[in-house]
Design a protein. Structure first.
Ligand SMILES: C[S@@+](CC[C@H](N)C(=O)[O-])C[C@H]1O[C@@H](n2cnc3c(N)ncnc32)[C@H](O)[C@@H]1O
Length: 244
């Protein structure tokens, strides 16, 4: 993603972006397009363990009747990039994977289908939450993946093994106090934007479909995606490296 393209669609995306799909996603004008994330794999092993009520993280609710306080608009991560992200994070069946600002939950659907991982997604937009729940249901992974409507900044991440984010760096900065409370050994993986001031354990460049408002990845164009992996506890970056 071009950093400026997404950043400029931040808090004001609902009102200035002409793309129909984004306007639909943000302002509620039209139905969101149904996604087709995570084609079933013949060798997929689904984990049977249900997401129990006791394991359900609490999250501040976002009501459908007030305008969501968007930090980042809905730009889905293209499916091949999702697959690379899960591979980099070394997701396994015992993992609990969170997607903060989960969009249509393709990351969690794929983690459940491919690896049998449990997933928890939160998104602040009720229409996107409905899209995510439909995607989870359509792929038959309701027993593994749970989606909540709410604000990611209220979320306790202490139960997460893997946290996936496709958010702006300024948003990641705000999330840092929560990310710092993750258990030792937990992984954070970010698409495109790094967590400012924290040295990644790995940075990978991956050629994949161009992203943008829903449907962009179907246009045939490609770009290099930046992927960052951190392992908890987070390591502060030396000041000299930060200013480079
Ligand atoms: C760039 S999209 C990423 C979607 C998905 N994670 C993916 O990579 O395909 C960012 C998402 O974050 C959601 N979002 C923005 N601010 C949020 C907040 N404060 N709490 C929860 N979700 C939020 C948006 O509604 C949007 O769906």
């Amino acid at each position: 993603m071009n950093k400026n393209r997404l950043a400029s669609r931040g808090a004001t995306c609902c009102w200035i972006v002409p793309a129909v799909a984004v306007v639909a996603a943000c302002a509620g004008a039209k139905p969101l397009p149904a996604s087709d994330a995570a084609p079933a794999k013949a060798d997929a092993t689904l984990r049977a363990a249900p997401v129990s009520a006791a394991a359900t993280p609490s999250v501040a609710s976002a009501s459908a009747d007030r305008k969501p306080a968007f930090d980042v608009p809905y730009w889905p991560t293209p499916q091949p990039v999702v697959e690379k992200i899960l591979e980099l994070a070394e997701v396994k069946s015992t993992d609990v994977v969170y997607d903060l600002g989960c969009g249509d939950a393709r990351s969690l659907v794929t983690a459940a289908q491919r690896y049998g991982a449990t997933g928890f997604g939160v998104d602040i937009d009720v229409r996107i939450v409905n899209l995510a729940r439909e995607n989870v249901r359509r792929h038959g992974v309701e027993h593994l993946v749970q989606i909540k409507l709410g604000d990611m900044f209220s979320l306790d991440l202490s139960k997460a093994d893997v946290v996936f984010v496709y958010l702006l760096d300024r948003t990641l900065e705000r999330l840092r106090p929560q990310l710092e409370k993750m258990r030792p050994g937990a992984r954070i993986i970010a698409h495109e934007y790094p967590l400012p001031g924290v040295k990644p354990n790995k940075t990978v460049r991956f050629l994949g479909p161009l992203d943008g408002p829903p449907g962009t990845d179907e246009g045939g164009s490609q770009k290099t995606h930046l992927l960052y992996l951190w392992k908890s506890p987070l390591r502060a970056q030396p000041k000299a490296a930060r200013s480079r």
